[in-house]
Design a protein around this ligand. Structure first.
Ligand code: DX5
Ligand code: ZN
Length: 228
């Protein structure tokens, strides 16, 4: 699938679950390309979010690419269920995958793209062995588990290093940044190398969601230099 970079991926973790359809529809009004779904198990991260059924409901409200972020132990046991629920991409945490190469293969065997997420204190070197196998690297810019946190500043340097690593290996993965992205930092985040920007609170706490998505996307494009 071809996407127009940079991609703004609203994270429904921050949405009003009692009006999920309406909330996603407001994102559709802004022609979103991706929708970010955060799965949390209360073990790998200190919070529990939602499961495959919820992802299926969210997916029934949009044509957008379902970007499913598994913040769970033993993700291999759940790949099939989230693919069946409509996931177009499954991102697993490097920290939860002792057999990461095999996990990436099994995600690909289900016909969806595979991402690897790394936490703020996890070395970029941990993904080198699979750098040419993956479709996306998700750089956590907050400690995973909650929306509404502040962006961790050294993510900018990590972004630049990851971008250089991609060039060095001639790899083709997308770089996604997840956590604390907002109107004030999104331009610099894309300038430093991000292709996909996850935004939860910055989108769903806004009075006018479609307008906010538009503004975030504009600023992201300025960071990429695709608009002046
Ligand atoms: C945090 C999740 C993020 C979060 C982003 O563990 O992975 O996707 O929902 O929310 P904001 O944009 O509010 O930081
Ligand atoms: Zn996420």
């Amino acid at each position: 699938m071809d996407f127009t970079l940079p991609i703004l991926a609203p994270s429904i973790l921050a949405s009003d679950y009692t009006r999920l359809g309406e909330e996603i529809d407001k994102c559709n009004q802004a022609d979103i390309q991706w929708l970010h779904c955060d799965i949390m198990d209360g073990h790998f991260v200190p919070n529990i979010s939602y499961g495959p059924k919820f992802v299926e409901s969210a997916g029934s409200c949009t044509e957008a690419f379902l970007d499913v972020h598994l913040m769970i132990e033993n993700p291999d046991q759940y790949i099939e269920r989230f693919v069946d629920a409509g996931a177009d991409q499954i991102t697993v945490h490097q920290e939860t995958c002792p057999h990461l190469h095999r996990t990436i293969q099994s995600i690909h065997n289900y016909g969806v793209t595979a991402g690897v997420a790394i936490n703020p204190a996890t070395s970029l070197q941990t993904i080198e062995p699979v750098i040419n196998e993956i479709d996306l690297v998700l750089l956590m810019s907050v400690n995973p588990g909650f929306g509404g946190q502040s962006f961790i500043e050294n993510t900018y340097q990590r972004l630049q290093k990851l971008s250089a690593m991609r060039d060095e290996y001639g790899a083709g993965f997308l770089i996604e940044v997840d956590g604390g992205v907002n109107l004030d930092n999104i331009q610099k985040v894309t300038q430093c190398g991000a292709d996909v920007l996850v935004a939860g609170s910055a989108v769903f706490k806004a009075k006018n969601i479609p307008k906010r998505i538009e503004n975030l996307t504009e600023k992201a494009k300025m960071g990429k230099g695709t608009i002046a």
